[in-house]
Design a protein around this ligand. Structure first.
Ligand code: BDR
Ligand code: CA
Length: 315
């Protein structure tokens, strides 16, 4: 059974990735072994709180949540979420839909420790799915690259190769929130799959779909209202399923079609946070980053149906 570890800055689409992974587990396709948190869409403490709330709404209080990085590698001060984050994800980070607080407490083990412990314990069976800034992942590589490399597969949401960024013309949000961490991870030589804006913008969900969730009961309504907040930010023209697509590729490899590149991260200039592919790699570089470029037409309706089936069963 494939073990999934989600590493996230739990906002709206991260929450949908948790729900999708839980639905896949119900179908017998994967096992969610934990969530490690990071600042990003929200402050790290809010990411912890939201992860616990979402798991509780899904009846999955058995899944442990490990608190992680509260700031970027190079930042001196703790990250504070700003107005732009509230506009996209709501003041509580999960669409102000009214998810009740969980009674469960987070774990006392730190995210970076847990990532390395899981790498040691599960090895090739483990897929790590970072869907926030790559700070925890970079710190795990810095602390113990040899153990980190035991992880079977890394499928991350972040970057934009051949399309514009979403926080600047150059940079995608997860990379932009910690370019130094992204550089460590994407230029590490470790094989990984990058699910960036090139492909996540091709997978969308619309309010006609969330309207159906509202007819299923309390949980369906909470998830629908949370997603509608995100859709409203996108002028009601649906929203991209960034993080769920990374989770889907981790659970069902082949959901996304990829090509291998040598990916670098810009940390200077106006293009800070840009991910780019080099045409003439230096000696020692390898095309170790599989970049998502296409989405399987059949996989997306299937994973949406699975998610919907779970929301229906939760009522
Ligand atoms: C990514 O940035 C965050 O706001 C989302 O949760 C997603 O992980 C999209 O650029
Ligand atoms: Ca995210």
């Amino acid at each position: 059974m494939k073990k999934i570890l989600l590493d996230m800055d739990t906002g709206v689409d991260d929450a949908l990735a948790i729900a999708l992974t839980a639905a896949a587990e119900k179908a017998g396709d994967a096992q969610l072994i934990g969530i490690t948190t990071c600042f990003g869409n929200v402050e790290n403490t809010t990411a912890v709180r939201n992860s616990l709330s979402i798991l509780s709404a899904l009846g999955r209080t058995d899944v442990p949540v490990f608190p992680g990085s509260d700031r970027a590698l190079a930042a001196k001060e703790k990250y504070i979420a700003g107005e732009e984050c509230f506009l996209i994800h709501g003041h509580d980070g999960i669409g102000d839909a009214g998810f009740p607080l969980s009674e469960k407490a987070p774990e006392t083990t730190d995210s970076v420790d847990f990532i390395l412990q899981a790498a040691e314990k599960y090895g090739a069976e483990l897929t790590l799915v970072p869907t926030g800034p790559l700070t925890n992942v970079a710190r795990a590589i810095q602390r113990d690259k040899k153990t980190f490399e035991k992880i079977g597969r890394i499928v991350l949401m972040g970057g934009a190769l051949a399309v514009k960024g979403n926080v600047s013309p150059y940079a995608e949000a997860n990379i932009s929130n910690d370019p130094e961490a992204a550089k460590i991870v994407l230029e590490s030589g470790i094989p990984m799959t990058m699910i960036g804006l090139d492909v996540t913008h091709k997978t969308r969900i619309y309010s006609e779909e969330t309207a159906r969730w509202k007819t299923y009961g309390v949980t369906g309504t909470l998830f629908a209202e949370m997603t509608d907040y995100y859709i409203a930010f996108n002028n009601h023209e649906g929203c991209s399923l960034h993080d769920p697509l990374a989770a889907a590729e981790a659970i069902w490899p082949g959901t996304v079609g990829t090509l291998p590149f040598t990916v670098k991260v810009e940390t200077e200039s106006v293009a800070r946070g840009r991910t780019y592919a080099v045409s003439y790699p230096d000696e020692g570089d390898s095309d170790h980053v599989q970049v998502g470029l296409t989405v399987s037409k059949t996989a997306v309706p299937l994973f949406k149906a699975l998610l919907e089936e779970m929301l229906l069963s939760l009522g």
